[in-house]
Design a protein around this ligand. Structure first.
Ligand SMILES: Cc1cc2nc3c(=O)[nH]c(=O)nc-3n(C[C@H](O)[C@H](O)[C@H](O)COP(=O)(O)O)c2cc1C
Length: 353
């Protein structure tokens, strides 16, 4: 008797959420060091920025980041199609349409969460993108807008957009209140209703439904995976990145890519060093990694060391030799020695010629 081959995990089983100013290419590189299988998303990029701006700046990424999805903000089907083509040409694994952002600036552009009130327009956009590319076209949205609490609202939205060919829906399980709340408040204040997302999966078993919003522990992730196809984690992954190091083993049945935090730190410093040698300031990238040692004795000193703006000219590899080592009972060098070597290092860098 031949055993059925194991069903491969959905490509959307686990992902890190798109987060403006946070999930840039450096952040994604860092996250990829921690998990090889978790799907990563770019920050939202508007169709206007892509069509009229610096495409390389917005789209370039490293092959190491795969699987990686580009998130678009926009509503005009022809523009969305043109941007989806760019996403495909650049090698992204997916193009995702943002129907969940509540910011006023986004509302003025008539996209983001206010698109949930216009499912037919979203369907047109999805269709235009699907006609233009072969990569998956997916939608990220909320469960409702303003005070519309009815399940029918999100069900009809998903139904209409699915008819246009969208097969993957990432659902942030709270409403977007379009008036009176900042985007940040809109990620905390409207109540979470995870059960509505589970209900969507029951109603549309053929669709891939990914749940998002307020999910923190691995046990919570495992719980939701019993009800939906995937879980997207945002702030928790960003603030507690080490948690991701266990995801490949627990959720993909794959070997863990790293054994300890120091291994990640070293690979990350190598990456920063390469950027530094190419003339890119490393401090912008380093900010994404500052949570790496959270919870370990000495993590604060480590964070302070790596956020010290006075060191920004110094090569990361050189700094690493002097950096505090969290988790060690005795620091390899005293703080005073560190200060001295640091100023020497800074001087070395500033030597003329
Ligand atoms: C700093 C920040 C920026 C965000 N930017 C985006 C964005 O560009 N596109 C988007 O769809 N959602 C964005 N979000 C929302 C997240 O993708 C996610 O839906 C939300 O944080 C809820 O998930 P969480 O509770 O796991 O963080 C952002 C969230 C944060 C914290």
């Amino acid at each position: 008797m031949t055993l059925p081959s194991p069903v491969p995990a959905s490509p959307w089983r686990l992902s890190v959420a798109p987060m403006l100013d946070w999930t840039d290419r450096h952040c994604r590189h860092f996250h990829r060091l921690l998990s090889r299988h978790t799907r990563l998303y770019t920050e939202m990029v508007t169709t206007g920025a892509l069509l009229h701006g610096d495409q390389h700046r917005h789209l370039d990424f490293d092959a190491f980041e795969h699987p990686v999805a580009l998130q678009l903000g926009g509503s005009e089907p022809a523009d969305l199609a043109a941007c989806a083509k760019l996403a495909q040409r650049w090698g992204y694994d997916e193009v995702n349409l943002n129907c969940g952002c509540p910011s006023e600036r986004v509302q003025r552009g008539a996209f983001g969460a206010c698109l949930m009130a216009e499912p037919a327009l979203v369907a047109d956009g999805v269709k235009a993108m699907r006609d233009a590319v072969d990569i998956p076209v997916t939608v990220k949205h909320r469960i409702g807008i303003d005070r519309i609490e009815r399940y029918d609202f999100v069900r009809d939205f998903v139904g209409t957009v699915a008819e246009a060919g969208c097969e993957v829906f990432i659902v942030h399980a709270r409403n977007a209140w379009l008036q009176g709340l900042s985007p940040k408040e809109n990620r905390d204040i409207p109540p979470l209703r995870h059960e509505l997302v589970h209900q969507l999966k029951r109603e549309f078993p053929q669709l891939t439904i990914v749940i998002n919003g307020g999910i923190r522990s691995d046990d919570e992730i495992a719980h939701h995976l019993q009800h939906v196809d995937g879980v997207m984690v945002g702030r928790q992954a960003y603030h507690e990145p080490w948690q991701m190091a266990g995801w490949d083993a627990r959720f993909f049945g794959a070997p863990a890519p790293v054994q300890d935090r120091r291994e990640v730190e070293q690979a990350w410093i190598d990456y920063l060093q390469r950027g530094h040698e190419a003339g890119r300031p490393w401090t912008q990238a380093m900010r994404h990694a500052l949570g790496l040692w959270n919870g370990i004795a000495g993590s604060r000193a480590w964070r302070q060391f790596w956020s010290d703006a006075r060191q920004r000219e110094v090569a990361p590899a050189l700094l690493d030799e002097r950096a505090p080592r969290p988790g060690r009972s005795t620091s390899p060098v005293s703080t005073a020695t560190q200060a001295n070597t640091l100023s020497q290092a800074t001087e070395q860098v500033r030597l003329p010629g």
